[in-house]
Ligand binder design. Structure first.
Ligand code: ZN
Length: 148
């Protein structure tokens, strides 16, 4: 999505967890602990991926998108489908998205990335908004002052 901003990528942390697992420093029961809520969210709101689960290698990973932000009120912390995010991004100023990968085969789960979405980003990209309006009136004022 082109309006994504302040993206934080957690793939390094994921690789570190997988290394720990291979080295035997953590067990699969430590990392394959998806809650029933997370698995339900994956089933009903998840986005299937082509990526194999790094643990069981029998299922493809599912991405779950959780949304957070004051403007969301009671919807904060809920999972949304990927298709719903652009609609929310047009109506809200700013909200946080957390993407979690889940395997329904072995319950592996890990944070993939987080980013901000919302109309605030569109204004920065140069579309119409308060900032543009303010700039135009400022130009007009400067012209008037110059005529005096
Ligand atoms: Zn798995």
């Amino acid at each position: 999505m082109r309006t994504q901003r302040q993206v934080v990528d957690y793939s390094l942390r994921k690789r570190a967890v997988l290394r720990e697992l291979l080295a035997g420093r953590v067990g699969t029961y430590d990392v394959c602990d998806a809650s029933p809520y997370l698995k339900n969210a994956a089933r009903f709101h998840g986005e299937p991926t082509d990526e194999r689960c790094p643990i069981c290698r029998s299922e493809n990973l599912i991405h779950v998108h959780y949304i957070y932000g004051d403007e969301l009120k009671q919807s904060a912390g809920q999972a949304r489908t990927l298709a719903e995010l652009p609609v929310l991004a047009m109506t809200l100023r700013e909200f946080q998205v957390f993407v979690v990968e889940v395997c329904l085969g072995c319950d592996w789960n890990h944070l993939v990335e987080q980013y901000l979405l919302g109309r605030d980003g569109l204004a920065e990209a140069g579309s119409e908004g308060d900032a543009v309006g303010g700039d135009v009136s400022g130009t007009v004022r400067r012209r008037r002052e110059a005529q005096r």
